[in-house]
Design a protein around this ligand. Structure first.
Ligand code: ATP
Ligand code: MG
Length: 401
């Protein structure tokens, strides 16, 4: 960790002067010990934020003062962001956010973190500081709250979700019973959480290595239903992951709770999804409805209809969800087809219709009718058949005029 990140040495050199000390903390230390990929690097320092800024400026480091309210200064070194947070101690909390003052005590900083495995410090000489038994828990792949689980959850109910997320990502064996019990006792507090925070943690949770186990535990404890405002179906996530380990987080979430386009609206609203995410789910749900009662794999013509009507991405999403639990060879055949077959493109344009005397809204109506008739004609590319289609549309539409 120390050797792989030249930017770190520049930060230590800039900030660790006049008796201040900076240490790497949290996920980066944890992941380095586990041999896992290191995402962002968080640092804890005894220097207060204004001093961090002053010293970073003096060393010509790029500064992004994003999280100043929380005592965090982001430093950009060699294109990489390092979050430098001044040591702080909670003095008051209302279950959602804590009032903090800055301190010089690394141990106190460790104690206000969530899980033991997230509270290790590494200094610039490579020395580890373990105030909470983190090393033993990392060794045993055990995700445990620091201190009394229920007390810690009542300080911040997001920790319920983080507990399951980290258990899914880093745990081995059953989920810690004390944590689970505390989460159940405190579950009413989930209602206080902002939808954005829930969304971010939930998408990370379903993406985690052992997401099915964690989601089943959450669901069994009655902790998931309230968050997504519906009865979750965790068994579907397990099957989806078995079938397609690379399914992305939104699809994994959809496996748990998406059946109809109305579900898509409700999930989007509960979790503040973006418009693009909401549309993706509702298109997938429409494909699922279209596939209802169809065999796996569906006839090729039907797969072409899906590609034509819904586009490749939605067809794949919807089929993947609809075919959860179906036999694997049939599933794979259909997915290969949906991935590789060309999307049928209507061989007529508005111009063809205008040339036949259509104008205004009639052009769009006729195109819509043509799409349906071209499906009936099994996407024929036979010139005579296509001309006959155009003729048939012209006749019906002039009859209607
Ligand atoms: P990831 O690889 O998912 O980023 P991480 O450990 O870096 O893992 P973050 O959510 O980025 O997790 O948080 C950084 C650190 O801040 C954690 O390791 C933990 O020590 C602390 N932390 C974050 N959120 C909380 C919280 N809600 N309560 C207590 N400590 C927290
Ligand atoms: Mg992180």
């Amino acid at each position: 960790l120390l050797k792989g990140q030249p930017g770190l040495q520049r930060i230590f050199a800039a900030i660790d002067i006049d008796g201040d000390e900076t240490r790497i903390v949290g996920g980066a230390v944890r992941n380095a010990l586990l041999g896992r990929k290191i995402e962002d690097i968080d640092l804890a320092t005894t220097a207060a934020p204004p001093l961090v800024i002053e010293r970073a400026r003096a060393a010509s480091l790029r500064i992004i003062p994003t999280g100043l309210d929380h005592g965090t200064v982001t430093l950009l070194v060699d294109g990489r962001a390092f979050e430098v947070t001044s040591l702080r101690e909670d003095i008051e909390t209302d279950g959602r956010r804590a009032t903090v003052r800055f301190g010089r005590d690394f141990c106190a900083d460790a104690l206000r973190r969530d899980f033991t495995i997230n509270a290790l410090f590494l200094d610039k000489s490579g020395r580890l500081f373990d105030f909470v038994g983190a090393l033993a828990d990392i060794e045993a792949r055990r995700v445990r709250f620091i201190g009394d689980p229920e007390t810690r959850i009542r300080e911040d109910y997001l920790r319920i979700l983080r507990f399951f997320r980290f258990s899914a990502d880093y745990g081995e064996g059953p989920i810690d019973g004390d944590g689970l019990l505390a989460a159940m006792r405190a579950r009413a507090g989930l209602a206080q959480l902002s939808r954005e925070r829930v969304r971010a943690e939930l998408l990370k949770l379903v993406a985690a290595r052992r997401a099915p186990e964690a989601v089943e535990a959450m669901s069994g404890a009655g902790l998931l239903g309230p968050l997504i405002a519906s009865a979750p179906n965790p068994a579907r996530l397990r099957r989806l992951v078995e079938q397609d380990a690379r399914a992305d987080p939104l699809l994994r979430l959809a496996a748990i709770c998406l059946e109809t386009p109305e579900d898509a609206e409700r999930i989007a609203e509960r979790l503040r999804l973006s418009n693009a995410e909401r549309d993706r789910l509702s298109r997938a749900a429409r494909v699922m409805l279209a596939l209802h009662g169809k065999p796996v794999p569906p006839p090729k013509h039907f797969l072409n209809v899906l590609l034509f009507r819904h586009g490749r991405e939605s067809a794949l999403d919807g089929f993947t969800l609809a075919a959860i639990g179906a036999s694997s060879s049939g599933r794979r055949d259909a997915i290969d087809f949906l991935k590789t077959a060309p999307e049928p493109r209507l061989p007529f344009s508005g111009a063809d219709l205008i040339a036949r005397g259509f104008s205004g809204r009639a052009v769009g109506d006729a195109l819509a009718a043509l799409r349906e008739r071209w499906i009936e004609a099994e996407f024929s590319d036979d010139r005579e058949k296509l001309d006959a289609l155009l003729d048939s549309v012209s006749r019906t539409s002039s009859a209607a005029n």
